[in-house]
Design a protein around this ligand. Structure first.
Ligand code: NCD
Length: 357
């Protein structure tokens, strides 16, 4: 296995040395991944290019390389998760890292331990990267201030979900190529969606034309450039706001349906689910207005029959399952970059001395 990888990669190095096929990890400048608002276009490109390499590894019959041997990843999830948590676990394991998953319901968090204490405890056990999902916006930022382990935000309240945004960009780019000028329409509960917020930063960085669509009660204030105070810390990139789903979807290259985040709603935001579905469900009829070769996405978990119809979710334009696969590849790329990896995976172990141990 190792020999096969070494010769494969050595071969590609011989032929492709310093070509566009070499991942450009020099454009990477992060020790934590908290949101995409501080990612440059070059950094996004670095992640997406490396994700391509990782996707190749993931698709091998035996998907294992030793690039992260000796690197420890801890998943610290204070909110439910299926795909994000499993995705980080698999990403670490494919690269040979040690991965540990803790859920708040079975850890000392139940005994009142603070986030900071838990993070410091994990670091004391030599965790190199700690992946945090938390209901409070800002929790991963707080953790990052109290540890020198790398913190990855796997979703904080309604604020940010940067790894989901990167996998969304990667998936779009695989199909669409250059995203500049492409019409990307997000439909649903924008106000409570951390996915939408991080997607907006990423899509703005790559120059896509973004439309957000939902009932007025589910659209965040301050999205239009003129609406927001200058220098507001929570400012989002300007986008087109649309409350009519048919108009929003017209001409779309990509349509992304978003779940109603009922756990974050205070109630009273929607007259009824039935009415919501009638006006905002992504259906075949609505998608008929999009570009003929449009893509349909959803970060999951989806509620078929509410924000998306079952037929289109499983239809030929849907790349929802591919988003899940790509999520593993993108998280492999991110863990690799955080580990200080400079060589192609499998070529040589990243220099541990440079990692923050
Ligand atoms: C999203 C999340 O948790 O923010 N899911 C995910 O990570 N794939 C979206 C959601 O919960 O609706």
């Amino acid at each position: 296995m190792t020999t096969e990888i070494t010769s494969r990669v050595a071969g590609s190095r011989r032929h492709n040395a310093r070509t566009s096929e070499s991942p450009r990890t020099d454009a990477w400048n992060h020790t934590d991944i908290l949101d995409l608002d501080d990612f440059t276009r070059e950094e996004i490109d670095t992640v997406l290019e490396l994700a391509d390499r990782m996707r190749e590894i993931l698709d091998r019959r035996i998907a294992r390389v030793p690039a992260l041997r000796g690197f420890t990843v801890v998943n610290l999830f204070y909110e439910p998760s299926t795909r994000t948590r499993a995705s980080f676990e698999l990403a670490g394991k494919v690269l040979g890292a040690d991965v540990l998953s803790l859920s708040a319901s079975t850890s000392s968090v139940q005994k009142g331990e603070s986030l900071i204490d838990t993070v410091r405890t994990m670091r004391a056990m030599r965790a190199d990267a700690i992946v945090i999902r938390h209901a409070m916006a800002g929790a991963p930022y707080l953790a990052a201030k109290h540890t020198d382990a790398s913190i990855i935000n796997a979703g904080d309240g309604a604020h940010a979900h940067p790894t989901q945004a990167l996998l969304d960009l990667y998936t779009m780019r695989r199909h669409v190529g250059e995203l500049a000028g492409k019409r990307v329409v997000m439909v649903g509960d924008i106000a409570h969606s951390r996915v939408a917020r991080s997607d907006l930063w990423g899509l703005a960085a790559v120059g896509a034309e973004v439309v957000v669509c939902g009932p007025p009660t589910l659209l965040p204030r301050g999205l239009r450039a003129g609406d927001r105070p200058a220098h507001a810390e929570s400012a989002l990139p300007p986008v087109t706001i649309e409350t009519d789903a048919d108009r929003a979807i017209a001409g779309a290259d990509v349509v992304m349906a978003l779940r109603l985040q009922s756990e974050r709603q205070e109630g009273g935001l929607l007259p009824s689910l039935h009415e919501y579905a009638q006006h905002y469900q992504v259906t075949a009829e609505r998608l008929a207005r999009a570009q003929p070769n449009h893509l349909l996405m959803h970060p999951g978990p989806k509620n078929e029959g509410i924000e998306i119809s079952g037929a289109v979710a499983k239809g030929s334009h849907s790349i929802i399952e591919e988003q899940v696969t790509n999520g593993v590849a993108v998280r492999m790329a991110l863990l690799y970059l955080l580990s200080g990896g400079k060589e192609l995976p499998g070529e040589a172990a990243p220099a541990r001395e440079e990692a923050r141990r």
